[in-house]
Design a protein around this ligand. Structure first.
Ligand code: SAH
Ligand code: SF4
Length: 357
């Protein structure tokens, strides 16, 4: 085991071996990744205040609670003023960056709205707030327009780099094609964003070999940031029918932590998020991810009245505490593991080099 970790580069077989480690061996992998993180990005954790802009979605992914066929969802979209208020509060509290996420809508009115949100957020904060967008697949022209209005980063998960598995998780039509998703990632790269991707971990039919390929996909694509976490079933989705075939939740959590450590080893200077889905399995899931090599946290700052409706998976944590209390608790939790929040800084990926024009 320790010999594998001393290697200068990890092969696919090495990654598969490391993904199957447990207990003490998993801890050694985690410690190794933590050392690399300490050398590269230190013990600072960057915040992105997460604004769940809308749960309207044109797509029908088999795993997701807000898929368009789920008629039980109460659909909402934040008003422009609600978004601006959330951005302003995040700015004043020193979050440094916000992440604006939504279902996938490609209409002109929606893409215009995002454009205005980006432009006004930058204007209102004297260009200081960092903006990550995560609004699905859009045309290259739309991506470019948002970038030129001031968006800094874009997160579009590939979900799985196995085209065959991707096909099992989505309806088979042009709207849900794997090739289209890869093309969208390529458009984002061409446009000049800091590009993030990620996968779900512990999906039905997913093997360790596929997970190793996911990591190699991220390395080969030379991503700047990653948001990946466990797949968690949602009662009102087609995949719920095959929930018995899933690995237990604790195994999905551990696999996710090992994926984070391995990605930190493969790509030492990128930004890696400790995602909310980890917290849905274990209360301290995000802190465990920070210890395993992650360096970004995305506290939810969506207006409270909408939070229950952005329900992607079962047990999605919705805190009864105020956002300020949540942040204070987070800070305390991080201090206990010798980390601190990088307030008032955007926290861009050290891996990123802007396109030269
Ligand atoms: N609509 C956009 C962004 C919002 S969805 C998009 O799909 O890109 C954000 C992420 O939530 C998805 O990329 C997916 O990886 C994750 N997600 C959806 N359903 C999930 C589930 N049941 N368990 C875990 N993650 C899920
Ligand atoms: Fe829509 Fe994204 Fe959910 Fe797919 S994962 S149904 S695109 S919100």
């Amino acid at each position: 085991m320790s010999e594998i970790l001393q290697k200068s580069s990890l092969s696919k077989e090495d990654i598969i071996t490391l993904l199957s480690f447990t207990d003490n061996e998993q801890q050694k992998l985690c410690n190794h990744a933590a050392n690399i993180k300490q050398q590269q990005t230190g013990n600072i954790v960057w915040l992105r205040g997460l604004i769940e802009l809308s749960n309207l979605c044109e797509k029908n992914c088999y795993y997701c609670g807000i898929r368009c066929s789920n008629k039980k969802v109460v659909r909402y979209s934040l008003t422009h003023d609600e978004v601006m208020l959330a951005v302003m509060q995040a700015y004043k509290k020193g979050y440094g960056s916000v992440a604006i996420q939504s279902g996938e809508i490609t209409s002109k009115s929606f893409t215009d709205n995002i454009n205005k949100i980006v432009a006004d957020s930058k204007k209102m904060t004297h260009g200081e707030i960092g903006i990550t967008l995560s609004c699905g697949e859009q045309s290259e022209e739309t991506y470019r327009r948002w970038f030129e209005s001031g968006a800094d980063r874009y997160l579009l998960r590939i979900e799985t780099s196995s085209e065959a598995l991707y096909g099992k998780l989505h309806p088979s039509n042009e709207q849900h094609s794997y090739a289209k998703r890869v093309n969208a990632l390529e458009s984002l790269r061409k446009t000049g964003y800091q590009v993030g991707t990620g996968v779900m971990i512990g999906l039905p039919f997913q093997t360790k070999e596929m997970l190793a390929d996911d990591l190699l996909f991220m390395k080969q694509f030379d991503i700047d940031m990653c948001g990946m976490g466990p797949y968690i079933e949602h009662t009102d989705t087609p995949l719920y029918a095959i929930r018995e075939q899933l690995p237990p939740l604790t195994e999905r959590l551990n696999l996710s932590l090992k994926m984070i450590s391995l990605l930190r080893i493969l790509m030492p200077d990128i930004n890696i998020a400790a995602t909310t889905a980890l917290q849905a399995i274990q209360k301290e899931g995000r802190e465990l991810a920070i210890l395993a090599g992650a360096n970004v946290l995305m506290p939810n700052i969506t207006p409270k009245k909408y939070r229950d409706d952005y329900f992607l998976y079962n047990n999605k944590p919705v805190s009864a505490r105020s956002d300020d209390d949540e942040l204070a608790a987070l800070e305390q939790g991080l201090r206990a593991i010798d980390h601190e929040i990088g307030f008032f800084r955007q926290g861009n990926s050290l891996h990123f080099h802007p396109l030269s024009t």
